[in-house]
Structures are given as C-alpha cells and as structure tokens.
Design a protein around this ligand. Structure first.
Ligand code: NDP
Length: 494
C-alpha cells in the first residue's frame, strides 16, 4: 500500500516515459511528516509480521511470489514505461527478483533461527545460543536502472528476515515501487508491511531521519550514498550502501574469444550500459587483442538504441551528457573509436560506442560512465590486467574470461563478485552475496549474508550449573584465581 495521506494535500510530481516524454503517472511528494507516519505504521506491522514466525512468513511470501509471477507482464510494462528498457529486459528483472524472493523465503529459517553454539572449555557450565532477530522497520532507497531487481534484493530479504519495509523508489520510477507494494497487499490482509513513499531526494533524506527506522538499505551513486550515510550518522542508524562500479572484464590469451566478446558487448551495452555491475573497461592480453576487438566491433556495430531497439534510452536525461563527456575526453586523449563516437550521443538515446587504447587516467576509465560505452585496452599480460583492474576506487564486480587461470585471476581482484566465463552470473545466483568494496559501498544483499544484513544477532548464555571456582563474584578467592590462571597456562600458554 502507498503511504496514506499527509495532513495537508501533498504536492505531486509526474513520472515520464524517457523514450517519449509522455506522462505515465502522477505521484505525491511525501514530506517528512508523511514519511514518519509511514514508518510508525510499519513498526506495528513489523511486530505482527515478526510474531507470525518463519513458517507462516514463508507461506505468505510464497503467495506473493505467485502474485508476482501472475502479474509479471503487467509489472514489466510499468518498468518498461518508466525506464524505457525493452519489455524482455523488464521481464528478466522480474524473473530474477522472483527467484531471489523464493530463495530468501525458503532459507530464512535455516539461516536465522536460534541455534546452539559451543560455549567453550572455560564457560562449559553455560548453554550458548545465537539467533538473528528482525530489526523492525527497514528503509529501502532504490535506483531507477533496475527498479525491481535492485530494491528487491533488500525488500525480499528484509521481509523474509521478519521486518517491515518502507521503500522510497527513485523519482524516475515511482510507479514501479507502487506496483510492487500493491502486489504484496493482498497476502498481508492489507497491513502496511511494505509501504512506498514517493518524492525526490528530500523524501529519501526524511526516511533516513525518521524515528523508528532500524536500518537504511541504499542503492545509487557514491555521492548520494555518502549523503545518506551522513544523515544516518545523526541517529546512528546503520546503513547498507550499494553504489556504482567501474567493472573490468579481463580476457586471457587462452579465452574463448567469441564468448568473451559476446559477454563484453552484453555487459557493456545491455540496459544502455545503465547497470551497476555492467562492463565498463576491458583489459585484453595483447596476443589475442586484435581478434577480440574485431569480434566486439562486429557485434556492437549491429546493435541499435531506440524505442524498439536492442536497448532503450538514457533513463535519466542528464546521463547523456556524462557519456558524451567521457567519449570526447577519451578521443581527445588519443583513444580510437572502433564503433560510434561523440555523434552517437543523440539524447535520449545513445548508440553503442567502443573505444580502444584509452589512457588509464581519462574519465572513461576512472569514472562510472553508466552508458553504452565500452573501453577496450590491451595489456602485455594478465598481471598487468589485474593491476589495472584494481587501480580504481570502485570495487563492485568483475568478469574474467580464461581457460586455465580463471579462478586464480578472480582471487586477485579487489571486488565483491567475479563472473568467470560468464557475464553478471553472480547476480542471478540467490545464494551468493552481492555488494562491493571501496567506493562501491559495503554490506551485502542476497544470500545468507543478505538475510543476516536485515537482522541483529542476539546472543544468549544460560547457566546450566554453577562453576566450582567462582570468578565473577566478590566471593572469589585467590586460590580460585590461581587455579583459573593455571588452567589457562596449561591450555593456551604452551
Ligand atoms: P542517486 O544516487 O542520486 O539516487 C539514488 C536514490 O537515492 C534515489 O531514490 C534518490 O531519490 C535518492 N536520494 C537522492 N538524494 C538523497 C538524499 N539526500 N537522501 C536520501 N536519498 C536520496 O542516483 P541518480 O538517480 O541521481 O543517478 C546518478 C548516478 O548514480 C548515475 O549517473 C549513476 O552513475 C549512478 N547510479 C548508480 C546506480 C547503481 O545501481 N549503483 C543506480 C542509479 C544511479 P531521487 O531519485 O528522487 O533523487
């Protein structure tokens, strides 16, 4: 359900189809009071949801999964209308989100339920146990590039872990957020378990400040991520920060070049390059570079941006300027365009651009482009590829194409996730945690870590019998302490 009305009639804003500029929806700008009211309602729903227990939550989330599958095409249309992406790309997002929801619902109990842990020799008189209990209300702030898949990485896992969610979608994709929340309403008897607040950055900031929010899960740019963290610092609200990346793809000399080229082009161009784990830089070993570039050139030149093209427009209009600046800078510094060029930027669309031999200090190599621009640089060997891949503040995902040394190369990369001989495969595997290091943020969605991220560990030690030598009492004796130190010397001092 959407947040109920604020005391006064809220201002509204329009959501547009970026392909045409047509208005596809009108949404309220929720102010701080409306956000706080939503969080207060969520707190009550959170208690009800937590009290249901794992089995009933799993059952209800299973029902939600079926609703999402039933409405898959309707939701895909909302996604396509607000992002401009091809309908099949929207369907793919939904398919992946449903699979993650299923995994989170089915694994929550096993991962989070109270379990016994060893109490150790010294504390052998205690029974120790650990449970991961819900936080209460989780605030999710989402981006526009994958308006279902990305926030669902937080929403599905937070709900499965027993929390309520207040979701602030991007101002570019509010309708997707509302449609998602509406789809859950029927399986929670209309309770405000998953609410949406809409508006601009201020609404997101109000969610960070709202009393009662136990954690904020943010996905978006590094700059905004830092702002979110600063706001949350005021109330010591913990944050999970998923920011952008500058993901590299490494091609070793023994790689399947056809598969590597296909992956580079899909990883760089699909969704018009607006993918946080999209391929932005390719490092290809010299001996196979010519053949690899020829294959990439052939594949990328066949692609077209457009309303009915292989990929859609820049969802955020200002992004076209970023892509143009990166292309012009790369060319001015000596890069050579093998597909497209500065003229490929025709807002709202950007045709594929592939530039080779781009200096490593140019914007197209150091900054997130978030557009259909692929930089391909040749390197003498894999060691140099790894060095360059790691020479950025970002560290989200990476791809390696290699036959013999794939896993060895992967282990040397400073990032959260690596796909070997595949593309973005880690994101589709629900058991694998998703997240980055450095400027790409911290914390994890997906997998067991993603479930635990939306809980707090609760440790319990229950005394089973009193120790013969009391040491945590004013009644302790010098002899008792000598005996204890003797035990420790015997056990740990040799
Ligand atoms: P932002 O990081 O600015 O926005 C992400 C989310 O944060 C949106 O819901 C936004 O709301 C919200 N927000 C904005 N300001 C605040 C604030 N002060 N406090 C709390 N929430 C806030 O991304 P943009 O949409 O502006 O995109 C900018 C760049 O970020 C892109 O060009 C791209 O490089 C990168 N990006 C990376 C993504 C990723 O997946 N890692 C996803 C999206 C963008 P609102 O939309 O209403 O402003």
């Amino acid at each position: 359900m959407t947040a109920a009305e604020a005391p006064t009639e809220p201002a509204t804003f329009e959501s547009l189809d970026p392909r045409t500029g047509d208005v596809v929806g009108t949404h309220p700008v929720h102010d701080a009071a409306a956000v706080e009211a939503a969080v207060a309602r969520a707190a009550q729903a959170a208690q009800w949801w937590a009290d249901l227990g794992f089995a009933e939550r799993r059952r209800r989330l299973g029902e939600w999964r079926k609703v999402l599958v039933r409405k898959l095409d309707d939701l895909a249309h909302v996604v396509a209308d607000e992002t401009g992406k091809p309908l099949d790309d929207a369907r793919l997002e939904l398919v992946l989100a449903v699979d993650h929801l299923d995994w989170a619902a089915k694994h929550a109990e096993k991962v989070l339920r109270r379990r016994k842990v060893s109490s150790g020799l010294l504390m052998g008189n205690q029974a120790a146990s650990l449970a991961y209990v819900p936080i209460g209300v989780v605030g999710v702030i989402g981006p526009w590039n994958y308006p279902v898949f990305t926030p669902m990485g937080s929403i599905a896992y937070a709900l499965a872990a027993g929390n309520a969610v207040v979701f602030k979608p991007s101002e570019l994709t509010p309708g997707v957020g509302v449609a998602l929340a509406d789809s859950l309403a029927e399986i929670v008897d209309g309770r405000p378990l998953f609410q949406v607040v809409t508006g601009f950055g201020e609404t997101g900031a109000a969610l960070c400040r709202a009393p009662g929010v136990g954690k904020i899960a943010f996905t978006g740019s590094t700059v905004t991520g830092k702002r979110v963290m600063a706001t949350c610092a005021e109330s010591l609200t913990p944050v999970l920060i998923e920011c952008g990346g500058k993901d590299p793809l490494i091609v070793d000399a023994d790689a399947d070049l056809e598969a590597a080229a296909d992956a580079a082009v899909w990883g760089g161009m699909s969704n018009a390059g607006q993918t946080c784990v999209g391929v932005e830089r390719v490092y290809v070993v010299d001996t196979v570079a010519d053949e690899f570039v020829a294959r990439v050139t052939a594949k990328a030149s066949r692609l077209r941006a457009g309303s009915t093209g292989d990929f859609g427009p820049m969802t955020m209009p200002a992004q076209a300027d970023v892509v143009r600046r990166h292309v012009e800078d790369a060319l001015a510094r000596g890069g050579r365009a093998v597909v497209g060029g500065a003229e490929s930027v025709r807002p709202p669309f950007v045709e594929p651009v592939v530039i080779v031999d781009v200096p490593e200090d140019s914007a197209a190599v150091t900054e997130e482009t978030f557009g259909p621009l692929l930089v391909v640089n040749r390197v003498p060997d894999v060691d140099e590829a790894v060095r360059r891949a790691n020479a950025t503040g970002y560290g989200l995902g990476a791809t390696v194409f290699a036959k013999a040394r794939g896993e060895e190369i992967a282990a040397r990369l400073r990032c959260g996730m690596v796909a070997i001989n595949g593309i973005i495969s880690f994101a589709g595997i629900p058991a694998l945690p998703f997240g980055g290091v450095g400027d790409s943020g911290f914390g994890r969605i997906h997998g067991e870590d993603g479930l635990r991220e939306f809980t707090r560990p609760q440790a319990v030690a229950r005394q089973r019998f009193a120790l013969p030598i009391p040491v945590t009492s004013f009644a302790r004796t010098a002899g008792g302490m000598r005996a204890l130190v003797g035990i420790i010397r015997f056990r740990h001092g040799r």
